[in-house]
Design a protein around this ligand. Structure first.
Ligand SMILES: [Zn+2]
Length: 654
């Protein structure tokens, strides 16, 4: 770990502003285990003993051997969202992408190479003296590429194309392929192990943005520019002895390994994968490959992208060590380190040993950074492709509905940094021009690709994983599937098939693990002799004709989930939805809701939150997803519908 976390730098950059205030907060609330002074993610003792074996000892050797995925996602261009909340979300994000001028995004890139720019600088993490400037601008390319694939919006593409040529112009003025909005001197500091924020983290975003512009918008200049940066990264890392490079990797570097492996896959140039191998942080991977959780004390969002890189390495080499790393990490984080939202991290780190979430929750209010949820979804989608195991989508759905849907403001398009799960929290959103945090960047990416995991396919079958109004076109089968649903307000979905001529295919429809009983299925109005138990797929293999339709009912029920280390702290869920109690806006000023990176609980009066009885009666309360806890006298609604009130998702149970 570097001495300062990403948020620590943010706090310094905020020069005493909201970020710094957030850092200083420690909660004093009913659900509190302990508060820790000093470094919020200082490591503590790890559980168990670490085997002496080191799967990642010695040099890595790359041989290209592609692993055939079990299933693959449809391209963004094949899936269109239909009216509903997901489309509303995509559209407000599209408006955000449209209103940020390209010249403002390119401003610091141009200044860095001595080109004139009269654009008004952006603020926050993009401002001209920020050490991660250029990050948002680069992730804007990824977001634009996804948005173009999702919508066909030519204006979005044209602006992103103009940014690619603007960035290429800057690269041409620098030596060796280097391209950044900050001077190369930051890499001298990185190499000398002097204090610096996260230079390779930013370079990863530059390369990924360019690669996405090539892959989704066909921009060849973007690929050439990305390969130039890869050449520079090769030269820089080749000069550094392995042992010292391992020390350099202590500074956050995003998914440098992943983007280099992806470039190797696209170009067939194995040399790029060898450069990617230099970004293997062996001290982190070794325990994971041995199924050993040494995550305590690590900065969460520094490490998730490294694991996605490991997953990519497995896909193009078949090396099982990398698969072991990715699968154990995913199982451990989702099974032992995620709150009821599916989000992970507190104070940006994993602060405790596994299965100690109540203790971790007591250590701070800066819970579940949005980037972590975003990056876990990316990793989940990849791992699902290897196995088509529906449990990956139980997690994906949980994060999508309970973390991601609520973290964008549907009126402004602003997004969140920390999603608070400490009782009494509220949602704090970025300001329009003075935030540009990491989570603002992953936010514009996330909401540009809400179509990307609804459907997967193999040679013969189509997999329906999420219940989102949408239409998928499967060119190879000459078929289109239109999904009409009001899920989750109505717990069912309808799939309508249209095809040029009768089409043989298998339809796999996911039956979520939360379904109460069995899912009921009708084909063309008739009850089918198939039913799927929770956590499986319903499989319908037939020759489909235009007009065929499948309906599936997914009964929901209320249930509680207790903290693994404190059964008296519980969350209430209905189907896939985490429910929240709302407690008004007392003390919530505009300053507390717009600009800070998360809720600052000491700045508002204590929220009075009732406890629930162990046998609390929770009854439907009028609206389709509203409930009333009759003893506690509180109304529960889906957490993703809570926009501007203080809330709790965790209850003390008496
Ligand atoms: Zn973030």
């Amino acid at each position: 770990m570097s001495k300062l976390t990403r948020r620590g730098f943010a706090a310094l950059a905020a020069a005493g502003g909201a970020g710094a205030a957030a850092l200083a907060q420690q909660p004093t609330r009913e659900i509190t285990a302990a508060s820790v002074p000093g470094d919020p993610i200082a490591p503590g003792p790890q559980e168990g003993t670490l085997p002496e074996e080191e799967p990642f000892r010695g040099p890595l050797h790359f041989t290209r051997q592609d692993v055939t995925p079990r299933v693959q996602p449809f391209a963004g261009t094949d899936v269109r969202l239909l009216p509903g909340r997901f489309l509303d979300t995509q559209q407000i994000n599209e408006a955000v992408l449209r209103r940020i001028p390209a010249e403002r995004l390119l401003h610091t890139f141009r200044l860095n190479v001595g080109l004139p720019s009269s654009a008004q600088p952006l603020g926050g993490w993009e401002k001209p003296d920020s050490e991660v400037r250029g990050c948002f601008a680069s992730q804007f390319l990824t977001a634009s590429a996804h948005m173009y694939a999702s919508t066909g919006d030519e204006d979005i593409k044209a602006k992103a194309d103009s940014m690619v040529s603007g960035m290429a112009e800057c690269q041409a003025r620098l030596r060796g392929g280097y391209l950044s909005a900050f001077p190369i001197e930051l890499f001298d500091r990185l190499n000398a192990r002097r204090e610096v924020w996260a230079p390779f983290y930013t370079i990863h975003k530059v390369m990924a943005g360019l690669l996405d512009m090539y892959q989704m918008c066909g921009n060849k200049q973007a690929l050439e520019t990305a390969l130039g940066v890869a050449r520079w990264a090769d030269t820089w890392t080749a000069a550094i002895p392995e042992e010292h490079m391992q020390a350099v990797l202590d500074t956050e570097y995003g998914g440098m390994n992943e983007v280099l492996y992806s470039l190797a896959a696209v170009t067939g140039d194995n040399k790029l994968a060898e450069v990617g191998d230099r970004f293997t942080k062996k001290r982190f991977f070794n325990p994971l490959a041995l199924s050993c959780d040494r995550l305590r004390g690590l900065h969460t969002n520094t490490h998730i992208p490294q694991v996605t890189g490991a997953a990519r390495r497995y896909e193009i080499s078949g090396d099982p060590r990398f698969r072991d790393v990715a699968e154990f990490f995913w199982n451990q984080v989702t099974g032992a380190r995620c709150y009821a939202t599916g989000g992970t991290s507190n104070n940006e780190g994993w602060l405790t040993n596994p299965h100690r979430l109540a203790a971790e929750l007591g250590r701070g209010e800066a819970t579940t950074e949005c980037c972590c949820a975003y990056n876990m979804l990316k990793l989940t989608r990849k791992l699902y492709g290897w196995s088509a195991d529906p449990r990956y989508f139980d997690y994906y759905e949980r994060v999508l509905y309970n973390h991601r849907l609520g973290t964008i403001n549907l009126e402004t398009g602003a997004t969140q940094y920390y999603l608070g799960v400490v009782p009494g929290s509220w949602r704090a959103f970025n300001s329009e021009w003075d935030s540009f945090w990491c989570c603002t960047s992953t936010g514009v990416e996330e909401y540009s690709k809400l179509n990307d995991s609804i459907y997967f396919h193999d040679e013969e079958g189509l997999y329906v994983n999420l219940f989102i109004p949408s239409e998928v076109t499967w060119g190879a089968k000459g078929a289109r599937i239109r999904q009409e649903t009001q899920f989750p307000e109505v717990p069912s979905t309808t799939l309508r098939v249209s095809c040029d001529k009768p089409a043989r295919m298998t339809l796999y429809i996911r039956v979520p693990a939360w379904v109460a009983g069995a899912a009921g299925v009708k084909v063309n109005g008739r009850v089918a002799e198939i039913s799927g138990g929770p956590g499986s797929y319903i499989r319908i293999d037939r020759t489909w004709n235009s007009g065929d339709r499948v309906e599936m009912e997914m009964p929901m029920r209320l249930r509680r989930e207790a903290m693994p280390d404190d059964p008296a702290i519980q969350a209430v869920l209905y189907g896939p939805l985490l429910l929240a109690g709302q407690f008004g806006r007392d003390g919530l000023t505009r300053e507390l809701a717009i600009g800070p990176m998360g809720p600052q609980l000491k700045k508002a009066p204590p929220a009075v939150i009732p406890s629930l009885a162990a046998d609390e009666s929770i009854q439907p309360a009028g609206g389709p997803l509203a409930f009333r806890a009759t003893g506690a006298q509180v109304t529960l609604v889906p957490f993703n519908q809570v926009t501007d009130q203080r809330y709790t998702v965790y209850w003390r149970v008496s």
